[in-house]
Design a protein around this ligand. Structure first.
Ligand code: IPM
Ligand code: MG
Length: 367
């Protein structure tokens, strides 16, 4: 077999179930390398609470340097109850925010696709969620997450939300370009009836939309969006929104897919490449967090991490066929009825984290 591509992937498992699910995603990447003849150089580094244990810092300089030298980053999760004290100056989550900012990853893509076999796993009625296929495009390096927090004594605290025209423009372009590869509809979510940032957001998005006359644009207030995403999810194609609204709405949309354990994400420093075959640096992580309550038990669903690895192949390595092969393998495993506990029907048999990973590898390399 000839080696066609050599890729450097920084692997940051982090905390809690991040460690378990990333191990399975790594196995899937090895299997892709074997089947398609690529060489993936995967180097691990510490991040989050695991890095604090070893170095005192959530994002050590060596970890950041490894990420900067890589073609892509595969990230697990950060967060550890031992470091949960809200008064603490150093917290595991700062690693993720630091990586996003340092690596300039302003575009967060969170696709939500309801696998037909999982429609019944959602707490919503299956006929309502069946056929849902949307993507949340979340601005990731601005807004209230990166304001100037201030604590004034013990009785007052201040967070600030800022957006510039340039920040809104570049994420809007990502959303419109994404819509062109899909059903050509963008729903821009804001709170323009209250927030100045949202009024700026709305007018800049409307302006950018003029360059995409073939894409339909609608504006929606975030409270209404929270409702309509659950009432009529099929009407959404690309959901474009700012940092904090995107954080909240993307957890909400996981309910449609049956479980947080199914949702992958990609964080890019540019939009996805327009030319197939050309990669762009990015960070890939399951949307679920470290889930300390189920960590170490082998019951976490590795599919979100595995599907994140598929996005890594697609967006950072430009390997579309390989990405589709992973997604097809996941579908086949679900079609065959294999379930981790989070997506199992009551009384249905379940597989462990490792068994699920092995099943996907088998489906991938199976003849
Ligand atoms: C997410 C997470 C993060 C966020 C946390 C861990 C900082 O909830 O990626 O959605 O709020 O962005
Ligand atoms: Mg979140």
């Amino acid at each position: 077999m000839t080696t066609r591509t050599t890729c450097r992937i920084a692997v940051l498992p982090g905390d809690g179930i991040g460690v378990e699910v990333i191990a399975e995603a790594e196995k899937v990447l090895w299997a892709v390398g074997e089947r398609f003849g690529h060489r993936f150089v995967m180097e691990r580094a510490l991040v989050g609470g695991a890095a604090m244990d070893a170095t005192g810092e959530p994002l050590p300089e060596t970890t950041l340097a490894l990420c900067k030298a890589a073609d892509a980053v595969l990230f697990g999760a950060v967060g550890d109850p031992r470091y949960d004290d809200p008064q603490a100056a150093v917290r595991p989550e700062q690693a993720l925010l630091g990586l996003r900012k340092e690596l300039g990853l302003f575009a967060n893509l969170r696709p939500v696709w309801v696998h037909p076999a999982l429609a019944a796993a959602s707490p919503l009625r299956p006929e309502l969620v069946q056929g849902t296929d949307l993507i949340v495009v979340r601005e990731l390096t601005g807004g209230i997450y990166f304001g100037q927090p201030r604590v004034e004594g013990r009785r007052r605290a201040v967070d600030t939300m800022t957006y510039t025209c340039g920040e809104v423009e570049r994420i809007a372009h990502v959303a419109f370009r994404m819509a062109r590869q899909r059903r050509r509809k963008v729903t821009s979510v804001d709170k323009a009836n209250v927030l100045a940032c949202s009024r700026l957001w709305r007018s800049v998005v409307a302006e950018v939309a003029r360059g995409y006359p073939d894409v339909q644009l609608e504006h929606m207030l975030v409270d209404a969006a929270a409702m309509h995403l659950l009432r009529r999810p099929r009407d959404f194609d690309v959901v474009l929104t700012e940092n904090m609204f995107g954080d909240i709405l993307s957890d909400e949309t996981s309910v449609l897919a049956g479980s947080m354990g199914m949702l992958p994400s990609a964080s890019l420093g540019t939009g996805p490449s327009a030319s197939p075959g050309e990669g762009r640096f990015g960070l890939y992580e399951p949307v679920h967090g470290s889930a300390p309550d189920i960590a170490g038990q082998g019951i976490a669903n590795p599919l979100a991490a595995i599907l994140s690895a598929a996005l890594l192949l697609r967006y950072s390595l430009g390997l579309e066929a390989e990405a589709q092969a992973v997604e097809a393998a996941v579908s086949r495993v679900l079609d065959a009825g294999h379930r981790t506990p989070d997506i199992a029907a009551p009384g249905q048999a379940t597989v462990s984290t490792q068994q699920m990973g092995a099943l996907v590898v088998e489906a991938l390399v199976g003849r």
